[in-house]
Structure formats: C-alpha cells, structure tokens
Design a protein. Sequence first.
Lengths: 115, 115
Amino acid sequence: MAERKTDEFSGDLVALADVAKALGHPGRLEILRILAGRACICGDIVDRMPLSQSTVSQHLKELKKVGLIRGEIEGPRICYCLDMDAVASAQRGFTRLFDGIACCNTEGETNEKCG
Amino acid sequence: MAERKTDEFSGDLVALADVAKALGHPGRLEILRILAGRACICGDIVDRMPLSQSTVSQHLKELKKVGLIRGEIEGPRICYCLDMDAVASAQRGFTRLFDGIACCNTEGETNEKCG
DNA sequence: TTTCTTTATCGTAAATTGGCGATCAACGAT
DNA sequence: ATCGTTGATCGCCAATTTACGATAAAGAAA
C-alpha cells in the first residue's frame, strides 16, 4: 500500500508533510519560481517548462491542492499566481520545523556520540 | 514513468526538491523531531512510531540518503542522529526558496489581478 | 557453539506518481 | 453556427512509494 498512515500522526505534521511533498519536484519548484516573477497564463508556464502541457497541468493541480497557487479564469485562459498567504504559512511551517530541530542541538550537549 | 526528468532542471532545484521530498512524509518529520531531542537507537525510534520496524528502517534510509541523518554502529545497534550541517544547509535552501518567492510580491505591484 | 537481540534487506502487494498523447469543454472570434 | 485557442481531464503505462512480514547478518551473551 502506497498510502500513508496519516491518521497516526499529528495534523500539523501531516499538513507540513503535504506542503513538503508538493515542493518535492523540481518542476513544481520551477513553477513557483516562475510565478514569483509575476502572475502567469498557464500557456506561458508551459512554454517555459521542459514538460508537456498535460504534465504541467497536473503539477499546477497539485500546487493548487495544497493552496500555494490559485488560478483565476480570464476569458478563455487561466491566470495563475501565488497565494502569498499560503506561501507565508508554509514558510512559517518550515521555520518552526527547523527551529524545533535546531533548538536542542545548538546547546552542544546532545548528539556528541554522532558528531 | 514515475521518474522525474531531473536533467531538465537546475541542480539546485533538484537538490532542494530531493530534500523536500524526504520531508514529505509525516513519519519522517516525526523521526527528525525525535532525533532533535537526542541521538537515538533505532529501536527506540521504532518504539515511538506507529509503524513497523522494517518500515521505519526504510524511512531512516531515505533520510540518510539526503544526508539529514547519520547512523553510527554502536555494538549490535545503530545510533542515529541528525547531521546538523545538512539540516542547516536544508534550512538555507528553503530560506532562499521562500525569499526568492516573496521578493517580487511584497512590493505589492504584481499579482494584483489574482489578489 | 548456540542463542538472543538488533537492524537491514528481501519479497510482496497495493497505491500513488510522473509522463505523455488524445480528447473534451469553454470561450472568443469569425 | 463554426472554428480556433486554451487548459483540464481521461486513459494508459512504467516506475516509485509505502507498508508489512519474513529472513539475513552481525554482534553480545550464554
């Protein structure tokens, strides 16, 4: 079974893992980078990516699923842009993760055996 | 093919995506959280996780693959600990990612259409 | 040596992922 | 009403992921 036992973990952990998973593909990172410049029509994103239109569409869907981007209908095309609130929230999530990881180790008291 | 076209993207992007992918599972985040407290014998990690020994072992392997943790043989058992250099490097990677994403949008000039 | 403990690996199964071409639906334009 | 453009969705395939039990390997202990 490729399904995660997500029930067994805290909601925070699952939420952060979901965002991390969405970031876990270079193509999706590239899309975010593109959208960081400016909001973009889907076709423009496809033109800038070494992937087919359908594949890019799937990646967009996944980024939309975790809320990092939004798409707005603009006549016959879709204008994609970052959701800065979601981006900021994700950033906080990772900051808290790394802070939590670092806190007990900067003391220089633990992990000495492995250092 | 579930294989990514990683050649088509920049090395930086691929490297960060690999770390993000490793973080993309709540179990692996939980393992990092556990190891943040102190270095741990594999068995202790297994005891604290709602997953089987073999499954935990696989997750450890994946975290090891991206360098976030190390394992040192200690008699018949293995002592796992965070690799703080790799953790710091990952943190920098995400910081740069989010800084890069935020830079062009805090100006309040772009993405207005989607706001 | 035999046994126990510990952890990695193997084998298996099911689900998901990543990729693509083809098609469909929606809209503007003719 | 028809055509062209745009982008989501469908169907397909292969590879990867997640999970587990069972087994193997390595060392401690008896």
